[in-house]
Design a protein around this ligand. Structure first.
Ligand code: DQA
Length: 145
């Protein structure tokens, strides 16, 4: 089983950006958490990808067809705006889990709309970077069911 973890804009600045909201751990730590959780859960491969560009994220979702069994996605700001990412997830029909580091539902009203989430079977929010391990676990359980 292979999983693709996709991260959207500004997540490369973890540790620097708004640490009161996103914490002090950096993007390398996010990558390590995913790799360790993936190995522990028995995934053969976990690829962790980040882009600040909507079209690049859409390309990555399309390229996942035939290569990955599941997707964990934090579209970051594109969560709340991108019908293109929603359509890509629907098109490839790869089971996907939506993840957010912060508790988006307790923040500004514009963050309470999730387009990508409409194509995901589960959602993890407000668990910090450990939420990625939780999301991979939910993906594993779903793929094995
Ligand atoms: C985020 C929440 C989004 O609203 C925000 O634009 C992000 C990060 C999160 O992980 O909490 O960039 O997706």
């Amino acid at each position: 089983m292979n999983a693709l973890v996709i991260n959207g804009p500004n997540l490369n600045l973890l540790g620097i950006r708004e640490p009161d909201i996103y914490g002090s751990q950096n993007y390398a730590t996010l990558e390590r958490i995913c790799q360790e959780a993936g190995a522990q859960l028995g995934f053969e491969q976990v690829e962790v990808f980040q882009s600040n560009h909507e079209g690049v994220i859409i390309d990555k979702i399309q390229e996942a067809m035939g290569s990955f069994d599941g997707i964990v996605i934090n579209p970051a700001a594109y969560t709340h705006t991108s019908v293109g990412i929603l359509d890509a997830l629907k098109a490839v029909q790869i089971p996907a889990v939506e993840i957010h580091i912060s508790d988006v539902d307790a923040r500004e009203s514009f963050r309470q709309v999730s387009y990508a989430g409409m194509a995901c079977f589960a959602r993890v929010t407000g668990e910090g970077l450990d939420g990625y391990a939780h999301a991979l676990q939910l993906l594993k359980e779903h793929l094995e069911a």
